[in-house]
Design a protein around this ligand. Structure first.
Ligand code: ACO
Length: 427
């Protein structure tokens, strides 16, 4: 295939390079266009703009394909352990047994949090949204470990990454426990990463904690499914913040804030609130389908549609099956699962949704599982953040190692032309 394209503007021809990815997707390199033709491109919401070249995750939204470092999401979700997937995403290959053991030991070693951070956590109102607390505590971690990462030093980079993988689950558990009025505790270093998360979150102070393998396996799956999704809003945020050489913790803190919004990670909370509202309103799914299609009504069917998937989100397929399993194993009969299935069926047959290629996304069923695990709705997006952590870290590391330039888009100015300043008394 020709690796050049030509652009004819006012009869002047400009050569543009074509870049071909390893899955044969082709991109037009416009980076020199302004220099050559005094032109920029505009693409609000980056609907058709690549921001980088990345070797971490491959996604084909038309075919519903998602792969981490070449491994299919279906295989990873069914066979892998979350920590293995974290290693794969961050360092590029599946770990050997020894590498995984070392990773696990090194994480345990770093899981202690300065007691002063507990004081900061306890100063937040109990009603504060957990995503805001998590973002601020993640940034706060820098104050307790201010040394910047020397990216040319492998050990330094490894240390910063592991500190984050070790401390964020503790913070997540603490945020959850404080909300529930439970004492803040550490987990158990004899346990695996996900089992320890379950124990840190769910253990009672007056009762031995017995691991429920259904819960552990559902958490493991959810974390893997959320672990990366190439240049989504929060990951792009992490990369762009990191591109200014802001540290890893500060960049991830910004990613957590980006994830909070209901059009992104906040959708899982919005989905469960929507399903509960429909249930309380008598379960009339048709009424809400009409609202979603009514352009004068701001209501959208939360958990439906995706910027990139124009086919089934492969993660949603896996989660739907997992939700069924978890509810069955825990003996929960939740009417909102039926409402979710009803909405999905109607939407898949509805011309509005068919025309716009709107399918259930990863968050349509994840909240049902979190709810079954007794996690409050405000914590759903925090659980998503816990899963997305290795993805953010992997992208931050890749961006720094590739020595990408600072992220700084251009704009087309549409404001006032030059005018004179008028004195305040004459305005
Ligand atoms: N309900 C009803 N209509 C929808 C929905 C929805 N959930 N999603 C998109 N549409 C419609 C839009 O109104 C628009 O219609 P139009 O062409 O007649 O104007 C068309 O579909 C295209 O929608 P856009 O908003 O342009 O698509 P975009 O790619 O910008 O947005 C998004 C994608 C934000 C995910 C959108 O589908 C949405 O708001 N979904 C609900 C929120 C959600 O579930 N977010 C989670 C995404 S997954 C994740 O981040 C982990």
């Amino acid at each position: 295939m020709n690796n050049k394209a030509t652009l004819n503007i006012n009869n002047k021809v400009h050569d543009l390079d074509l870049i071909t990815g390893s899955e044969n997707e082709v991109a037009l390199d416009i980076s020199k266009l302004r220099l050559d033709a005094n032109l920029i491109t505009i693409d609000a919401g980056f609907k058709n703009t690549g921001s980088c070249q990345s070797a971490i995750t491959f996604l084909d939204g038309e075919k519903g394909i998602l792969r981490y470092r070449g491994y299919s999401i279906e295989e990873l979700a069914n066979k892998a352990d979350f920590l293995e997937v974290a290693y794969l995403l961050i360092f590029g290959e599946l770990p050997t047994k020894q590498q995984l053991e070392k990773l696990s030991d090194d994480i345990k070693e770093r899981s202690i949090i300065d007691e002063d951070l507990r004081i900061i956590l306890n100063s937040y109102p109990k009603s504060a949204h957990p995503m805001g607390i998590l973002s601020s505590l993640t940034s706060g971690l820098v104050a307790f470990d201010p040394s910047a990462v020397d990216i040319d030093d492998d050990e330094d980079m490894y240390d910063a990454i592991l500190n984050l993988l070790a401390k964020i689950p503790v913070l997540v558990a603490w945020v959850y426990r404080r909300r529930k009025g439970l004492p803040l505790e550490y987990g158990d270093t004899s346990l695996g990463y996900v089992e320890n998360i379950a124990k840190m979150m769910f253990q009672r102070p007056n009762k031995e904690y017995i691991q429920n393998q259904t819960v552990v396996s559902a958490l493991n799956k959810l974390l893997i499914l959320h672990a990366d999704h190439e240049q989504n809003c929060s990951t792009s945020t992490v990369r762009i913040v990191g591109s200014s050489y802001a540290g890893l913790f500060a960049s991830v803190s910004a990613g957590i804030s980006a994830l909070w919004g209901r059009l992104h990670g906040g959708a899982n909370q919005a989905v469960i609130e929507m399903l509960e509202a429909i249930n309380e309103d008598g379960g009339d799914t048709k009424k809400y389908m009409s609202k979603a299609k009514d352009k004068s009504d701001p209501f959208r069917l939360m958990g439906f549609g995706h910027r990139v998937y124009k086919n089934f989100d492969p993660r949603a397929k896996i989660i739907k099956v997992a939700a069924d399993e978890v509810l069955k194993n825990l003996g929960i009969d939740d009417p909102i699962l039926d409402i979710a299935k009803g909405l999905e069926k109607e939407a898949l047959e509805d011309q509005y949704f068919v025309d716009r290629k709107l399918y259930p996304n990863v968050d349509f069923y994840s909240g049902i599982i979190y709810k079954a695990l007794d996690i409050p709705a405000e914590m759903f997006t925090v659980m998503f953040a816990l899963g997305r952590l290795p993805g953010w870290v992997a992208h931050w590391r890749e961006m720094r190692l590739r020595k990408e330039p600072i992220g700084r888009p251009r704009q087309v100015y549409i404001g006032e032309n030059l005018r004179s300043f008028s004195d305040i008394n004459s305005r």
